[in-house]
Ligand binder design. Structure first.
Ligand SMILES: [Zn+2]
Ligand SMILES: [Zn+2]
Length: 300
């Protein structure tokens, strides 16, 4: 299998291996190649692999996420997350990037929604009826269920991600919500909101959407230019204190992933010395461990 160079390219295009792996295989064969014709063949395969990988990146860009991130910059300029939009078939120089800034208040969020709807309609990404219905389902439906506006914001991001990164390219604003899977996305949105909006923990955002105390918006990373990438090391024996308090993680590895496990750090009495609940939840969102076994300080 894959003895022909073009078979390697096909394997990458159809997702049997990554473009990097295919490229490594071809380089290996180039080194081993003995005669000119086979070197030419491998070179040709490497060229088509290069153009195939570029077009794959282009189709996987997030137009809707880009618009949302762009709109969020109108409200504020604080850096948080970057999405990139690359125009298909153009050189890298035509790519655009926008940095998502999460809204500080509920009214800022609604202002962003308003701007987003205007941009989506004026760009012709969707019709007014469809985008308004989508926003009503995802945003106002969530807020009507007495969820925090931060959860509605994260849920909107998740749905935009579903649309933008749908491998079959069949999802759009008119069908993504009715497709099902709302519960899964909602629980993911709640988790993201707990991390990004800090709805719990001392003197942070109150659940009714009240203002942050000003200084709490400053993220204190140990390395200031390193952003948490959302990953965490669940093989670590130590639960992450930031995750449990609903703050962005501060102890990061070089790639931005958290050094600790995102497990509950509630002290419990029946797991030996220094025993933690270690359940798959943040302590600030409510620990489900038996109440009579919870301890205020570590077990000896
Ligand atoms: Zn963490
Ligand atoms: Zn727990």
């Amino acid at each position: 299998m894959y003895t022909q160079s073009n078979a390697v390219v096909k394997a990458a295009v159809y997702g049997h291996c990554s473009f990097a792996e295919a490229s490594a295989i071809l380089s290996e064969r180039l080194d081993a190649a003995g005669d000119m014709p086979s070197i030419e063949k491998i070179r040709g395969a490497m060229d088509s692999l290069k153009s195939a990988s570029e077009s794959a990146v282009n189709t996987a860009t997030g137009t809707h996420m880009f618009v949302w991130a762009r709109v969020s910059n109108v409200i504020s300029k604080r850096l948080d997350l970057t999405f990139k939009l690359e125009a298909a078939g153009k050189s890298k120089a035509t790519s655009h990037s926008a940095t998502l800034v999460r809204p500080e208040t509920e009214s800022e969020f609604y202002e962003m929604v308003h701007l987003f709807v205007m941009v989506v309609i004026s760009l012709g990404l969707s019709s007014a009826i469809i985008v308004m219905k989508f926003i009503d389902d995802v945003v106002f439906g969530t807020v009507r269920m007495k969820e925090h506006f931060g959860s509605a914001h994260e849920l909107l991001l998740l749905y935009l991600r579903e649309i933008d990164f749908d491998p079959a390219r069949v999802l759009h604003m008119a069908n993504v919500f009715r497709r099902g899977g709302q519960d899964t996305l909602m629980s993911e949105a709640r988790r993201n909101a707990a991390a990004s909006f800090r709805t719990c923990g001392a003197n942070l955002l109150q659940l009714d959407g009240a203002k942050y105390p000003g200084s709490d918006r400053v993220t204190k990373n140990l390395k200031p230019d390193l952003k948490p990438n959302g990953k965490h090391d669940d093989s670590s024996k130590k639960p992450c204190a930031d995750f449990n308090a609903g703050r962005p993680c501060r102890t990061l590895k070089a790639d931005g992933s958290c050094a600790f496990a995102h497990k509950c750090n509630q002290f419990v009495s029946d797991k030996g010395p220094l025993g933690y609940c270690f359940g798959p939840h943040a302590r600030c969102t409510g620990c489900t461990y038996a109440d009579d076994k919870k301890l205020k300080s570590p077990a000896k």
